[in-house]
Write a protein that binds this ligand. Structure first.
Ligand code: AMP
Ligand code: MN
Ligand code: MN
Ligand code: MN
Length: 274
């Protein structure tokens, strides 16, 4: 079994359409795939029926939320794509993203960088608009050399385009996922810039809120981080998930299903739905 339970498509900030992602995942040997686009399940619309897919597709989503003052992401695995209350929450998240996009454009303009908001929204299309769309625009219009520089100078933590968004509290995101029949998973715990002590506090709150698993393996991650996350999952009696957080082809080591296997001793998240 080769699971990849965290990936993105053109429904959010990924570059492959859902079916192309599924085909690439199957070619990479992935047997169990979840498409977890930012704040949307639009990628699941219009797919062939499950028995015509080359792998097992686990319906998923990655919700933007906040814990204390830290922005966090909660993946939902096995959520019902037809769940109506989750669909309403998704509409609210889209409105938050649109409002944020306007504020990012304002803030960048005040810093002397005029970004064409109309063009950015058009490029995002039906997908959720996010900072990667701004990064692409900054590159396209010659303000920065590449996406990494766009985040470094304008969009990353503490920069002008890092505007405070009224994301819902983490406990709400967890509850919405559970109400839609899904398993809440704390995404990429090592990427919030928290000390290990604060991360333990976050994981504790996540569990208290009804969270069931954390991503012990997220993408290309060093072995020490994996071991620490395994120990945090074990202490909190949470299951372990794994995924590439794939956005686009081009980095072979970060391709679909290329992440390390879960370490021994943790409880794999798929045991919760088996
Ligand atoms: P948003 O959801 O709009 O806040 O945008 C966050 C997304 O931007 C993440 O999911 C990543 O895909 C992408 N991202 C964040 N930091 C960087 C970075 N330093 N370089 C490239 N992409 C990034
Ligand atoms: Mn992303
Ligand atoms: Mn994320
Ligand atoms: Mn992601």
């Amino acid at each position: 079994m080769t699971p990849d339970l965290h990936t993105h498509t053109t429904a959010s900030d990924g570059s492959l359409a859902p079916l192309a992602l599924i085909e690439r995942a199957a070619d990479c040997g992935v047997t169990h795939l979840s498409i977890t686009d930012h704040d949307t399940m639009a990628g699941y619309a219009g797919l062939p029926p499950p028995d015509e897919l080359p792998l097992v597709l686990v319906p998923g989503i990655e919700l933007s939320a906040v814990w204390r003052t830290t922005g966090v992401h909660v993946v939902g695995l096995g959520v019902d794509p037809a769940d109506e209350s989750l669909a309403l929450r998704v509409i609210e998240q889209r409105e938050r993203r649109l409002e944020r996009a306007r504020r990012i454009a304002d803030r960048l303009a005040r810093r002397g960088v005029a970004v064409p908001l109309g063009e950015i929204l058009e490029e995002a299309g039906d997908g959720m608009v996010g900072r990667p769309n701004f990064a692409a625009s900054l590159v396209r219009h010659g303000h920065v050399r590449d996406v990494a520089a766009a985040f470094r100078r304008y969009l990353g933590n503490g920069k002008a385009g890092d505007v405070r968004t009224e994301w819902p509290p983490m406990r709400d995101a967890v509850a919405w996922i559970r109400a839609a029949g899904g398993i809440p998973v704390l995404a990429h715990p090592a990427r919030y810039g928290l000390t290990w002590q604060r991360l333990r506090a976050l994981v504790h709150s996540f569990r208290e809120a009804g969270g069931r698993a954390i991503e012990v393996v997220s993408g290309h991650q060093d072995a020490l981080t994996t071991a620490r996350l395994a120990s945090i999952a074990d202490d909190a009696r949470l299951a372990a998930s794994c995924g590439s957080d794939f956005h686009s082809p081009g980095r072979p080591w970060a391709d679909l299903g290329r992440h390390a296997a879960l370490p021994p001793g943790v409880r794999p998240v798929w045991e919760l739905w088996a």
